[in-house]
Design a protein. Structure first.
Length: 183
């Protein structure tokens, strides 16, 4: 019975990643995506966002209100959870991992951790976020950064591994509202 269950769950995930997330009409795509993940009001997930979530548990990936997840992002809800606050902008090709291999393990074991992205965070393109990281309210993560540890609120971080390079001075008074109907 376990093999059949794994096949069905794998097939459901395949349907999500190969069909649902490629539907060009946003409101239809989001309506179907809500069967797989939790999506807040006025949030938009653009085409070709990949979900890694073996159990298809809606609580593994939770996206707040007024968020934008851009094309070709990867959301890994395999073991840990991804919790995204409100008014978060995640750019193209960002990868958020909740599971990784332990490089110091003799047996190639894995380790996992939740990723929490607080309100008003801006994550630029091609960022990689590793398991167990919390990105504080209003932080900015520069393009191509690899986030390996927590980011304090309002910090601007960049590099591999990501290090603080500045402070954000915004009053964070905006509500994101990017909703192209055919993207």
């Amino acid at each position: 019975m376990g093999t059949l269950k794994n096949f069905i769950l794998g097939f459901r995930l395949y349907i999500f990643n190969k069909l649902i997330n490629r539907i060009p009409i946003a409101f239809i795509r989001l309506w179907l995506m809500r069967r797989y993940i939790t999506i807040g009001k006025h949030s938009n997930i653009l085409l070709n966002v990949e979900l890694l979530n073996a159990n298809i548990d809606k609580s593994k990936v939770v996206i707040g209100n007024n968020c934008i997840i851009n094309s070709r992002a990867v959301l890994d809800g395999r073991t840990g959870r991804i919790v995204i606050g409100n008014n978060v902008d995640i750019a193209r090709e960002t990868i958020i991992f909740t599971l990784e291999h332990d490089p110091n393990s003799d047996h190639h074991t894995t380790r996992s951790g939740d990723v929490v992205i607080e309100d008003y965070v801006w994550i630029a393109s091609r960022v990689t976020i590793l398991p167990g990281v919390r990105i504080g309210r209003g932080a900015v993560v520069a393009s191509n950064a690899v986030v390996t540890k927590d980011v304090e609120p309002m910090a601007v971080v960049a590099g591999i591994p990501a290090k603080k390079i500045g402070e954000r001075k915004s009053g964070l008074k905006y509500n994101l509202n990017y909703f192209p109907y055919f993207k």
